[in-house]
Every structure is written in C-alpha cells, then in structure tokens.
Design a protein around this ligand. Structure first.
Ligand SMILES: [Zn+2]
Length: 585
C-alpha cells in the first residue's frame, strides 16, 4: 500500500512539475538529462522591442546595458525543462545528468539561417582539393586520403581539382600513378583553370579515351609515341571526362547535404531554411530524416522551378515530421533576376543602363499558375524578388491569390530578399501579411553598386529594414550562402552597422535603416522561427521549447550596441539541437 502511494505521489509530482515548468519552479523529482551551468543566458523570452527598436519594458536592459537573464538551463528529452541561476538549476541534477560547465560563455536561442543553399555548401566537400600539389604522387595521395576519410565505395567517380597547370606544363601527367594508387574508382584530375586534365584507367575507359578515339572538336587527347592515350587531355578534351561523370546518386546527395549541414552546425546554426530543394535533394533530406542523420533542423522549400515536384507535393500535402528535424510545407518561387547583373525588375529603368528594366515573372521562368496553385493548396510560398518592380508584382500576385480565398493570407508567405522596395509598397507587405526574408550581408557587400544601379532616391528603399519594422513587417534573417558569408557575427554586424568587413568610416550605408543588436539577433531567432511556424518550439529559450541553443564567447547584445566592430572577434563554442551537442569547439 505504501509503495503504491509512493508511486502515485511521484507521478503527480511529475505532472505537477510539467504544468509549472514555465515558472522555473525547481522540483527535485525531475532529473535533467543535461544541464548547462555557469553561463550567461540571453533567453529573448521577454517581449519584442518597439518598431523603433526600443526594448520592451520587461527586457533585461538598463539604458544601453544588457544583463543576462539566467545562468543555467536544464534539459530533458530534448526540451528545455527550466532556466535560472546555476544554484536553482542544480536542483535538477541526478546521478546520470550530463553537466556542462560553460565557464562564463553566452547562451543564445538556437540560431537560424532562413535562406541557404546547403547543397552548394556541401558541394565544396565533394571534390578532392589539389591546390598546391607539386607532383603526381602527391596528387594521388590526396585522392587516397579522400577515399579513406569519406568511405567512398568502389566504382564511384572521384573528382579532384586544382593542380597548377602552369607549373605542371612540362610534367605531362599520365594515368599510371593515379591508377596504381586508386585502381577501383574512376578518378578525374582537373587542373585549376580547367584547360587540362587527366584521369586513371577506369575514368579513361568510361570517357572513351582509348586508342581509336578521335580528338574532340577544339580538344586534344595526349598520346605516347605508340599512339596510346596517356590519360591527359587538353582544352575541349576535358569534356570527354566531364560528360562521363554521372549525376549524383542518392548516397552522394546525402553525403553532400550532410557535409553542408555539419558545416552550419559548426557555425552555430540549429536550423536552416533551404531555399529550394528539387526532387533528388528533397528525397535525400527525407531519407536522412528517416535514418536520424540530420544534424540540425531543416525547413526545406519545394522548388518552384520543378512543376512535377510541385504537382506531387500538392497531391500529398505538406509534411512536418514528428521528429521536428524536417519540415516540408513551403515552396520557393523565383520571380526576377539579380541587381548586380541588372536582371532584377525595376519599375523604372536602371540608373546606370537607360532602357533596361530587368526581367520578371513568366519571362524569368516564374510559373504563375502552378505556384498560384501551391498558394491555393495551403502551402507557404516564398518568392525571390529583388527589384522594386519585382517586389510589387509579387505582392500583387499574392493579393490576387488572397482574393480567391482570404484564408490563405494567414499562411505567412514570404518575399525572399525584398531588396529594393518602392516607398508605396511597404504598406502592402503589412496589408497582405508578407514576411520580408532578408539577408543582412547583402548590404555590406552590394551597397557600392546598389546606388549605381538604382540611384540615390530608390536606394532609400533598399535593404530598408527599419522601414519594414515601422510598417509592422516581420523580418527573418539569413545569408543566402554560398553567395554570401554565413558567419553569424558578420551577419549581426551588417544588420547593426550597415558596413562591410572593411569597417569603413562613417555612420554606415543609409544609417536610418540600421537595427539594434537585439533586433539583429531576433532576425536570426524569433523572426526566423515565426517565418517557419516554429515560434512555439524555438526562437527563445523557455521551458517547454526545444533545447536548441547556441553558445558563443561574446556578449552580442552589449558588444553589438557599444563596439560592434568587435563582433568579428566572436566564436561559436557549442551548438545544441534538441539537447544534443552537435558541435563543440
Ligand atoms: Zn538564394
């Protein structure tokens, strides 16, 4: 009888604690899996700042000085159990609790990059790097090491790149050394400038580089005295090898995406939004989810360039995996070109190219009907728009769709980049509840030629973050990697200063549009969470939410406000996703 009461009491205590968990009550009956202690926590669980950037009355700031609002976090089953002082959180310690001493480091809500191309980042790991190799032996050794490190199965193509063709001009590399070193995989060895290359025996056979082969137009198959190919090709001859390399298989896609995601984990990101994933990529993300192989969370957008893929998803409907690691309920649309290349659609001609207004919509390959059907089917649709004309047309596209069904306006549609917006159109973002998914690094890197392209007046509506805020337009931040550096300290610096890495003098580019340090962090946390319908799960560090935490060695709020140039000294120390440490410096 006594025992039964005991068990019942324990159950009640557990339930009780669960209900109270938001109040940070400590309860010795609940034991944490993991405790982070002796740190400095910025939970961001206080209210949002005003549209002018003024912190909320319950924010832990006095004047311009921020004070961390906790020291420790208790984690159980992937979620945050409680936050508080190190002493308070010690109550959750049990014999098996993994206690991590942060030694004064700063805890932030898990960072989100809401516009990435993870495939491009992962692709940088696909090839063997031959930069700086002096000899064929050294080049072959790099390939041998790559095969071992990546467990490349026999038969799979290996591409190595970057030996110095100028320095190697008299070497005349052949298939022999690389074939001896790597006999069981086709290997393609490409020079740094792509005008000469060689391969091993398997690659030569696959590429048809045999005794009877003729030189391709504009290219040479190098031969020995007896007329046999040596494996080396020049100029257009490289296409023989390149055409023989097959499309990535499922395994290779997973490896590429895994490499990209791990790199983002190292950079402190707990979630990425993949801005367009065609079918092979989406299949790989889903396979990785099923295998438990996603190191960080992925919010993957269906490709608006792939009609078949859109048809298939419209039939099956959105998919938000219970694991919380993969979400497929949005579509990436591509509406106009880039400002740099004068492809972005402007309402009036380019300032530096009379008669040019850019390209948009159908002319740019935007499938109005098919993407409209995705809006109508209830998907969130996130459309790339750069120019003020492109942005206006996309806003009208949404407006037309909402007229058919006003309910669809609730689906948090986004304009990706929202780079140059006409003064009259900011309000339309608000009226239509469109999120501006912007990339702070753009202003740091593109500002010099932005004025050339659009002139001083239109530039006032470029990267106009404060104006968006004043119009109650939610912001979500990202990098658009690989095009731009995804380092979080760089992103924050861009948002706060509107300056480049060169730290140029002055007050920053169109300084009225600067954001505060708090707003900058929120773009990568609360704002990005909202843009993915995940504000109940992440964005702040609060009991009941996922234990997604980024640990850094720098006080981003105070440094960001007071000496933002010092943000570049920051390092990511640890990345925690659902209570699991996925990266530790
Ligand atoms: Zn992009």
């Amino acid at each position: 009888m006594l025992r039964k009461v005991g068990v019942l009491f324990l159950v009640l205590t557990l339930i009780g604690c669960e209900q109270q968990s938001t109040s940070n009550d400590t309860d010795a009956a609940v034991v944490a899996d993991t405790i982070l202690e002796n740190g400095k926590l910025y939970s961001f669980a206080w209210d949002e700042p005003s549209v002018e950037g003024m912190p909320a009355s319950n924010a832990p700031v006095a004047g311009t000085v921020w004070t961390p609002d906790g020291e420790a976090i208790a984690i159980k089953d992937g979620n945050i159990l409680a936050t508080g002082s190190t002493a308070e959180i010690a109550a959750y310690k049990g014999a098996d609790t993994n206690v991590i001493d942060l030694m004064g480091a700063y805890m932030l809500p898990g960072l989100v990059d809401s516009h990435t191309h993870i495939n491009e980042l992962g692709a940088t790991f696909d090839n063997v790097d031959l930069f700086g190799v002096e000899t064929e032996e050294e080049a072959a050794q790099r390939v041998v090491d790559f095969v071992a490190e990546n467990n490349i199965p026999e038969g799979e193509w290996i591409v190595a790149r970057g030996y110095d063709e100028g320095k190697w001009a008299d070497k005349n590399p052949t298939y022999k050394i690389i074939t001896d070193a790597v006999p069981s995989n086709p290997v393609y060895m490409d020079g740094a400038t792509g005008f000469s290359a060689y391969g091993n025996k398997m690659a030569m056979d696959a590429a048809g580089i045999i005794r009877d082969a003729e030189n391709p137009v504009g290219g040479i198959i190098v031969r020995d005295e007896s007329g046999d190919p040596t494996g080396e090709v020049r100029n257009r001859g490289v296409t023989l090898y390149r055409n023989a390399i097959p499309e990535l298989n499922a395994q290779q896609w997973k490896r590429r995406l895994g490499n990209g995601l791990n790199e983002m984990a190292k950079a402190g990101f707990t979630t990425v939004h993949q801005a367009g994933a065609h079918t092979p990529m989406m299949d790989a993300f889903e396979a990785m989810e099923e295998e438990g192989a996603l190191p960080i969370r992925v919010y993957a957008m269906i490709s608006g360039r792939d009609k078949e893929q859109m048809d298939a998803w419209r039939a099956s409907g959105p998919k938000r995996y219970e694991s919380g690691m993969l979400f497929i309920n949005s579509v990436k649309g591509y509406y106009d070109g880039s400002l740099g290349a004068r492809g972005a659609k402007l309402i009036e001609e380019y300032s530096d190219s009379p008669g040019t207004i850019g390209v948009s919509g159908k002319d740019y390959g935007f499938f109005v009907n098919e993407i409209g059907a995705m809006v109508q089917a209830g998907f969130q649709v996130n459309i790339h728009a750069i120019g003020d004309g492109g942005n206006r047309e996309v806003l009208h596209f949404f407006r037309d769709n909402f007229e058919k069904n006003p309910e669809l306006q609730k689906n948090r549609h986004r304009i990706e980049h929202a780079q140059v917006v006409h003064a009259d159109d900011f309000k339309l973002f608000d009226d239509l509840d469109i999120i501006a998914a912007v990339q702070p690094p753009f202003v740091a890197e593109d500002k010099l030629w932005t004025v050339d392209r659009v002139g001083e007046e239109r530039a006032k509506g470029a990267y106009a973050w404060r104006t968006f805020r004043r119009n109650n337009v939610p912001l979500s931040f990202g990098s658009d990697l690989m095009g731009y550096d995804w380092n979080i300290f760089y992103g924050l610096h861009s948002a706060i200063t509107r300056k480049s890495k060169n730290l140029e003098a002055g007050d920053g580019w169109y300084p009225d549009e600067k954001l505060t340090a708090e707003e900058a962090v929120r773009g990568y946390t609360t704002g990005a969470a909202y843009a993915a319908f995940l504000e109940d799960k992440t964005g702040t560090i609060e009991a009941g939410k996922w234990a997604d935490i980024t640990v850094v060695d720098l006080d981003v709020l105070n440094v960001g406000e007071q000496t933002p140039a010092d943000l570049f000294k920051g390092n990511v120390l640890m990345t925690i996703v659902g209570g699991t440490v996925v990266y530790k410096k």
